[in-house]
Design a protein around this ligand. Structure first.
Ligand SMILES: [Zn+2]
Length: 554
């Protein structure tokens, strides 16, 4: 896309970016065909919210207000879905015959504006909105097929069914997966009942009904999916598994297919493994600059152990994959042992744990050590054997990354002590611990800002200050929930000399934590407070973290 120099100049003028920020990205922009502005947004140097404000303050464009500016679906056909996506434009309503109100992400981009005018062929009234907001509206309103919850209409792949049934089923299955990916679903369920065939998406951990199918489409889809997944299409009575890949907006989506026979017919579950989700750069994982610096220092060490802890489903594996992705597999021998291998990485040797044949973390790890590795990733430390083998690998010249199921960084150290790891080994091996939790992200489209209550301020330990926090509201973009997606909050504990001493003398939780705080360790609630003040999440989402951490303070 052609660079919008106007916006870059304006960002410079407002001191939101530096000339160096631009210079650093010019090569990548040329290579990738993306604009420098896109790259600045991707690296979060500029946020979408601030960009929108620049358009408002500097050019006087009105901001989109979902409560005031309502959608009239009759104007949707002014743009096709592709045109809307390509130009990041969304038609909202028509006040009179000649004028069309549209949302745009960058109304100062000349080429885009020309395109939009040409396609609409009307006078435009432009409201600015964040890219995510516009993409969300396009995804929702240009795909009524699957998103109309109350609708009793049966989904039909297409009208041309009689003439050529095959292409329409293929298109239907592609659409279904694409819709799941664009809504951020982790799983797609297609279930048969006597009266209906239901389609549900699991989004942010919650199943949501998105539509119904007629029997013919359902049967066609099962056959198509079985072919894609390499299953037996004639088999209807036994459970079957399969896997295939599909490309969605230039990135690979690995799909795991599971089919089980229920009394009303075969139930399909598609698990969508989105490469983008697993390979987020460290910049996107929600670490603060300070935390990134600590991580860099930890990872610079050629040997030792780095642990990621947190509850199940807190994105520990994503963090590990992202750390591995930052390494150079051409000069290093990187081997993983995982259960399961969630994402296949280029140039990295990945081993799948297999209990049936006795291949577990501990003996797999011992075999890896005979393969001259530099970096080893062990999916999870669950038992003493794995813990000790991993620790020994870490002090004999290997960098070992793993996860452990504990509640916070310091508790991981005590867990390893409980696993009877000799203290001298543990203190020598451990380089750092990341603790991570996921909280729901406030919908940026509808969140509201209000003064915090006394109780909330007390909870945050800032009773004497007047602060404002953000609260969920609910709009069409977030399906009335007030939240969209999740963000990670973290703490990064770097093992310093003093902490190492505390470990080697068998310090308990309180002792090690006290030393860590003296060594400038920032517990997870600091990171949470940062996100709360930025409006990334709400205090109700952070309650569990705050309550838990406060307990330890007393
Ligand atoms: Zn919302």
């Amino acid at each position: 896309m052609k660079e919008n120099m106007l916006v870059l100049e304006m960002l410079l003028k407002n001191k939101m970016i530096t000339r160096q920020n631009i210079a650093e990205r010019s090569n990548e922009a040329r290579r990738s065909g993306k604009s420098i502005l896109d790259l600045l947004l991707k690296d979060r140097i500029v946020t979408q919210e601030k960009l929108v404000l620049i358009f408002h303050n500097e050019w006087g464009f009105e901001l989109y207000d979902p409560h005031k500016d309502v959608l009239d679906p009759r104007v949707l056909p002014f743009f096709s879905k592709d045109q809307a996506k390509k130009n990041l434009v969304f038609p909202l309503h028509q006040e009179d015959e000649d004028q069309l109100t549209v949302l745009m992400a960058d109304p100062t981009h000349e080429e885009t504006l020309r395109n939009v005018k040409r396609i609409a062929d009307k006078r435009l009234k432009i409201l600015v909105a964040e890219t995510d907001c516009i993409q969300g509206m396009i995804g929702k309103h240009y795909h009524q097929k699957y998103t109309n919850q109350e609708s009793t209409d049966l989904l039909n792949p297409s009208e041309s069914k009689e003439t050529s049934p095959e292409p329409s089923i293929i298109a239907f299955v592609n659409d279904l997966i694409e819709e799941g990916v664009s809504q951020g679903a982790s799983d797609i369920h297609v279930e048969a009942f006597p009266q209906k065939i239901r389609v549900r998406f699991r989004i942010d951990g919650v199943l949501k009904t998105v539509g119904q199918l007629n029997r013919e489409t359902w049967k066609g889809a099962i056959t198509r999916l079985k072919i894609l997944g390499g299953c037996d299409i004639a088999e209807h009575r036994h459970p079957q598994d399969g896997a295939f890949s599909s490309i969605h907006e230039h990135r690979q989506i690995d799909v795991r297919l599971s089919i089980i026979p229920t009394i009303h017919g075969e139930k399909i579950v598609l698990r969508l493994l989105d490469q983008k989700k697993f390979l987020m750069s460290i910049n996107e994982l929600g670490f603060s600059n300070e935390q990134k610096q600590l991580l860099k220092e930890i990872m610079e060490s050629p040997h030792g152990m780095l642990l990621v802890c947190g509850p199940t489903g807190s994105g520990k594996t994503t963090t590990l994959y992202s750390l591995l992705n930052g390494m150079d597999p051409r000069t290093q021998n990187i081997i993983t042992i995982e259960d399961p291998v969630e994402f296949q990485m280029d140039d990295i040797n990945q081993i799948q744990v297999n209990d049936k044949i006795g291949l577990n973390f501990a003996n797999g790890l011992r075999a890896i050590l005979r393969q001259d590795p530099n970096v080893i990733m062990v999916g999870e430390i669950r038992d003493e054997d794995t813990a000790e083998t991993g620790i020994r690998a870490a002090i004999t010249g290997h960098l070992v990354l793993s996860t452990i199921h504990t509640n916070n960084a310091v508790a991981s150290i005590n867990r390893l002590m409980d696993m009877k790891i000799p203290l001298y080994l543990l203190s020598a091996a451990l380089r750092g611990v990341i603790s991570q939790k996921l909280v729901k992200r406030l919908c940026p489209n509808c969140r509201k800002k209000e003064p915090a209550s006394e109780a909330e301020k007390r909870l945050l330990g800032i009773a004497d200050q007047d602060i404002e926090l953000y609260y969920p509201v609910g709009c069409s973009l977030c399906h009335g929930t007030g939240y969209q997606g999740r963000i990670a909050v973290q703490e990064v504990l770097k093992i310093t000399r003093r902490i190492r001493e505390a470990i080697s003398t068998g310090g308990d939780y309180e002792t090690i934590r006290k030393v860590a705080i003296e060594e400038k360790f920032k517990p997870i609630e600091e990171s949470l407070k940062h996100h709360l003040l930025l409006g990334n999440t709400s205090i109700s989402q952070g309650l569990e973290i705050l309550a838990f951490e406060n307990e330890w303070h007393r």
